[in-house]
Design a protein around this ligand. Structure first.
Ligand SMILES: CC(=O)N[C@H]1[C@@H](OP(=O)(O)OP(=O)(O)OC[C@H]2O[C@@H](n3ccc(=O)[nH]c3=O)[C@H](O)[C@@H]2O)O[C@H](CO)[C@@H](O)[C@@H]1O[C@H](C)C(=O)N[C@@H](C)C(=O)N[C@H](CCC(=O)O)C(=O)O
Ligand SMILES: Nc1ncnc2c1ncn2[C@@H]1O[C@H](COP(=O)(O)OP(=O)(O)OP(=O)(O)O)[C@@H](O)[C@H]1O
Ligand SMILES: N[C@H](CCC[C@H](N)C(=O)O)C(=O)O
Ligand SMILES: [Mg+2]
Length: 495
């Protein structure tokens, strides 16, 4: 992929060019560490550092030009500067153009909502693959360029990385892309230049208020996916809504696209005729416009009934065969770290789950209660540098729904772990008779405590970090994996 620098300059309405323009741009990036010979380096002012600091490094690495807001006193030799008022706006224009708008050549399915995106997108991808389509996927755990897996840093990457991934997917022959579209991505326009074919809403519950400030602003960000669905040239757009999510009605009124609804009520296009939740799976009979589906799933919980309906909605919007959907759903093994049972030879049940929001925690504890014959344990914490309003709410939910609560650390990031726990603990008192609350900041010790004190019939829910194999501390990131901690404990016990 390459473009003449002059072509990029012509895209920008107001630009001050310093240096020669007769150059070829071979790549674009906002990270000086990956600049190659001929790259256009985009200097972004980030939350931690100003990308303008790295103009020298970019030039040394061979950058042909740089997109900047500020012109340095000493311009690195050989670097052409494109000075604009707003680098982010310019980047939203340049990135999709540079990669020839790859989203136009593939069917794009975007899934937004607070919880359930990773689960639903994984189901959708597996069905599309099984139906014979090469498929790209972008989400919290990984980016998949057909079968090639790349570990994710964000749920939805920034505009340049996103367009680069889409380009690689197009080159790999992908017919479909299914992606998680986070509210950050919508608010920060990371998805600029993408025209979706099918847009899906899971739910909107409390999270990310550090960023959006109010639930209304959070909903408005999610709404953008649907409001802009019919912009552009692609035909046959469909929105898929969770009718049990109150925000759906508001958003529905704002989209001009045709839509499908799913929910518990019979007035919806997709609804359950019956379901039965078990420890390791569930039976689900689903009414759909393509006929009833008889499903025997390896994932469980009412929240997963919603995720299945959401995925089925997207797949039917894409006119995928019902038989194919049923076949794949019946074999779907679940997503790592989502209600994942850990088998380490222990007498009780241990579940690792990614619940890091009040709604997520409530759902998984309610589901776990259905399969608990003894006491229900909740081991959890809350992430640092994230919405702190959710902390006492999650504390209250844990105390209400579990018998034994062990409050610990999640990813403390730059915050003091003890102070985060203080904010959760506000809601962990008074402790009702028959329940216990234990505070252990060290996550490994907290998990060990639950493992050492649980009875044979108990269920231990270790929530918040799911698939994550790291813990982000103030000064460093360490290897940490909830599942491994459980396995190590039991290995030691048996030795
Ligand atoms: C608050 C936020 O969104 N931050 C994102 C932002 O980072 P930042 O502003 O801190 O960047 P920075 O470190 O200050 O660097 C500024 C610029 O200098 C560049 N740089 C930096 C160092 C260097 O040596 N050379 C260099 O060029 C960086 O590449 C960057 O372009 O730009 C980075 C690169 O695109 C993102 O990875 C990063 O997401 C961080 C990791 C993050 O935690 N984001 C969360 C809040 C987020 O976006 N979450 C949503 C929702 C999650 C969900 O609910 O599923 C998501 O979509 O992930
Ligand atoms: N439909 C749902 N409704 C409520 N909670 C859910 C739902 N699906 C999953 N959960 C809970 O949320 C957790 C995260 O699920 P998942 O990873 O599918 O969501 P996500 O939207 O991708 O999350 P993230 O925004 O962090 O990427 C699960 O581990 C479970 O606890
Ligand atoms: N995508 C979410 C994941 C949170 C996971 C949890 N373990 C935490 O660190 O808070 C976020 O960045 O807010
Ligand atoms: Mg996700």
């Amino acid at each position: 992929m390459q473009k003449k620098l002059q072509q990029l300059i012509e895209l920008l309405p107001e630009v001050n060019v310093i240096g020669t323009t007769d150059k070829t741009v071979t790549d674009i990036t906002a990270d000086s560490r990956v600049v190659q010979q001929g790259s256009l380096f985009i200097a972004l002012k980030g939350a931690h550092v100003d990308g303008h600091k790295f103009l020298g490094k970019a030039a040394e690495a061979g950058a042909a030009a740089a997109l900047v807001e500020d012109v340095p006193t000493v311009i690195p030799e050989g670097l052409t500067l494109l000075q604009v008022k707003d680098v982010r706006k310019a980047m939203e224009i340049i990135a999709p153009f540079f990669f020839d708008y790859p989203g136009k050549n593939m069917r794009m399915i975007g899934v937004t909502g607070t919880n359930g995106k990773t689960t639903s997108t994984n189901i959708i991808r597996q069905v599309l693959k099984s139906a014979g389509f090469k498929c790209g996927m972008i989400g919290t755990i990984n980016v998949l360029i057909d079968e090639e897996s790349i570990v994710s840093h964000n749920t939805t990457p920034d505009v340049v990385d996103l367009q680069k991934f889409l380009y690689r997917m197009k080159e790999a022959g992908c017919r479909y892309v299914v992606m998680e579209v986070s509210s950050h991505a919508l608010a920060l326009k990371r998805v600029a230049g993408i025209e979706y074919d099918t847009a899906v809403l899971t739910n909107i519950t409390e999270d990310h208020l550090d960023f959006h400030k109010t639930m209304e602003a959070y909903r408005e960000a999610k709404s953008l996916l649907f409001e802009h669905l019919t912009d552009g040239e692609k035909p046959n757009k469909t929105a898929v809504f969770n009718a049990d999510e109150p925000a759906s009605k508001i958003i529905e009124a704002r989209t001009k696209a045709a839509y499908l609804t799913y929910g518990m009520g019979k007035e919806n296009d997709i609804y359950p005729l019956a379901y039965e939740v078990g420890a390791k799976g569930m039976n689900l009979c689903l009414h759909t416009p393509a006929g009833d589906m008889d499903l025997h799933l390896n994932i469980t919980g009412k929240f997963n009934v919603y995720n299945v309906m959401c995925a089925v909605g997207a797949l039917l919007a894409e006119k995928i065969d019902k038989v194919e959907i049923e076949k794949v759903l019946n074999g779907f093994a679940g997503v790592p770290g989502r209600f994942q049972l850990v088998e380490a030879g222990q007498p009780y049940t241990v579940i690792v789950d990614y619940a890091h929001t009040p709604d997520g925690l409530e759902n998984v504890l309610n589901t776990a209660r259905l399969i608990t014959k003894g006491r229900l344990w909740a081991v959890f914490g809350c992430g640092g540098d994230r919405d702190n309003k959710k902390r006492p709410i999650m504390g209250g939910i844990a105390l209400q729904l579990a018998d034994d609560v062990v409050v610990t650390s999640d990813n403390p990031r730059s915050e003091d772990p003890e102070k985060i726990i203080d904010q959760i603990e506000v809601a962990l008192q008074p402790v009702p008779e028959g329940k216990t609350v234990t505070r252990i900041a060290d996550r490994k010790e907290a998990i060990y405590y639950a493992l050492a004190h649980a009875g044979d019939k108990d269920v231990i829910m270790i929530a918040g970090k799911g698939h994550e194999n790291y813990q982000i501390l103030k000064d460093r990131t360490i290897h940490f994996d909830d599942k491994e901690v459980v396995e190590e404990y039991w290995k030691g016990k048996k030795a």
